[in-house]
Design a protein around this ligand. Structure first.
Ligand code: FAD
Length: 426
């Protein structure tokens, strides 16, 4: 049985790992990057608290010596279901079963200026671009004589009040308190403002009311200005325009306001559901196809009675769907009946700053905040990293940051403009 998995994130990698050494099953994992990365911590790379290698790992090193697992670097362009063939940017592959685990991409809700000018927060590349942009803007502010320009360079607007938006604005507020004036004495006379904006009437919308209120209180105390019921409608000439007519002048609009799945040529239009997600049955088979499956953020499944309008796009759903599908491939090869997917919700959490976090547990229904919640957050994120090496590196970096209230990773490292990597050649 030849299985091709497109995408080596939480869903795809867990599916592949679970099929290791399975007799009669050969797996090729295709990804447009040659590494897996841990999205929940990219904001710490973006704010220079972790280096990229702490939260990423090369696929080939991971698959080394694993006989029935192979890696192929390539970007999926289209599928030809009638010939069981996929077309990549650098070749073609044949499959018996195809699995989409392609995640989602940043959604700008059709706002071209926002897409062109804002800083997204989805990939490791985005995190490095953000780190460089923010550090360069601080350097520009340090020598800028024009007070209005300087304010724009120092103002940060974070759009999206989900965990990513809360976490990144909390981190900026702590950096402003502990690092900014120490390292940039030139900026002592200009205020730097951090805004967190969201179209909804609460932060962390899917979490409990207690978590939402605790988060609003904690982040406001850190000095972040929270604007709820406020939607970004445009971002042009260093000005963020909101639906209520207000504006903020800034050179730093961080976009953490939403994602949508990716549409691929060859998959019938009627197979897509809400948010461009592929509609799947209880076994994650894409509706209207014979041997094509989808797992994780890229799919929507309406068959789980506890989640009638689909699962949330979070890591646990992706991991559990990957593991369930692996089990079903094993059952399929033994001609046994397949097991439908049922999500086991283990709870949700968000970190706001040092010693400040919120945690909601579903069974029994519980809510924690403060230091205890912060320790749980650190522990869960640490053990979720892919290898021991990544866990040790991250733990070490966190200890330095905790005791020194600082890190020493604020280097602006950018590729030489002469070196051009053409994706088509990969
Ligand atoms: C900044 C951020 C913070 C988050 N924080 C949390 C959190 O705290 N807790 C939580 O539970 N969830 C969090 N999430 C959501 C979580 O990361 C996703 O739910 C999870 O990554 C989904 O897993 P996935 O395998 O479906 O997709 P992904 O992990 O996104 O993996 C998709 C993979 O597909 C590859 N790919 C995409 N298109 C192609 C193509 N055309 N060809 C080849 N390869 C392709 C990508 O390179 C990637 O490796 C966060 C997400 C972000 C962006």
């Amino acid at each position: 049985m030849e299985i091709i998995i497109i995408g080596g994130g939480f869903a795809g990698l867990n599916l592949a790992k679970e099929l290791l050494n399975e007799k009669g099953i050969n797996v090729t994992l295709v990804d447009k990057n040659n590494y897996n990365f841990f999205a929940p911590l990219i904001y710490q790379v973006a704010t220079a608290f972790l280096e990229p290698s702490s939260i990423s790992y090369p696929f080939r090193k991971f698959f080394s010596g694993k006989k029935n697992l192979q890696f192929r670097l390539g970007k999926l362009l289209k599928v030809n279901p009638s010939e069981n063939k996929i077309i990549l940017n650098n070749g073609e592959l044949k499959y018996d079963y195809l699995v989409f685990a392609t995640g989602a991409e940043t959604n700008y809700f059709g706002m071209e200026n926002v897409k062109k000018n804002a800083i997204p927060m989805k990939t490791l590349n985005d995190a490095i671009v953000m780190r460089n942009t923010l550090l360069k803007n601080l350097e520009k502010a340090a020598i800028c004589k024009d007070i209005r320009e300087r304010r724009k360079l120092l103002t940060i607007v974070v759009a999206g009040g989900g965990p990513t938006g809360v976490e990144v604005s909390g981190m900026f507020a702590e950096m402003r308190k502990n690092i900014l004036l120490k390292e940039y004495p030139e900026l002592s006379t200009t205020a730097s403002n951090i805004y967190l904006v969201d179209g909804a009437n609460a932060l962390l919308s899917p979490m409990s009311k207690a978590s939402q209120e605790d988060t609003l209180e904690a982040i406001t105390k850190l000095g972040v200005v929270v604007k709820l019921n406020t939607t970004v409608v445009d971002y042009v000439d260093d000005t963020v325009y909101f639906g209520n007519g207000e504006t903020i002048q800034t050179k730093n609009l961080i976009w953490a306001a939403g994602v949508s799945a990716i549409v691929f040529e060859g998959i019938p239009a009627e197979s897509y559901g809400r948010g461009k997600r592929m509609a799947v049955d209880a076994f994650n088979k894409v509706n209207g196809t014979e041997n094509i499956y989808a797992i994780g953020d890229t799919c929507i499944q309406l068959t789980d009675t506890d989640f009638p309008s689909g699962h949330p796009q979070v890591a646990q759903v992706a991991i559990q769907q990957g593991l369930n599908l692996a089990n079903n491939f094993k059952l399929l090869s033994q001609k046994k009946p397949l097991k439908p997917f049922k999500y086991n919700d283990k709870g949700s959490m968000a970190i706001i700053g040092k010693n400040k976090a919120v945690v909601d547990l579903p069974k029994p229904k519980m809510h924690f905040k403060g230091f205890f919640a912060w320790i749980i957050w650190l522990f869960i994120h640490l053990i979720s990293l892919i290898t021991y090496r990544n866990r040790v590196k991250t733990f070490f970096n966190w200890m330095i940051a905790y005791f020194a209230k600082d890190q020493s990773l604020r280097m602006i490292i950018r590729p030489d403009k002469k070196v051009k990597i053409e994706p088509k050649q990969l």
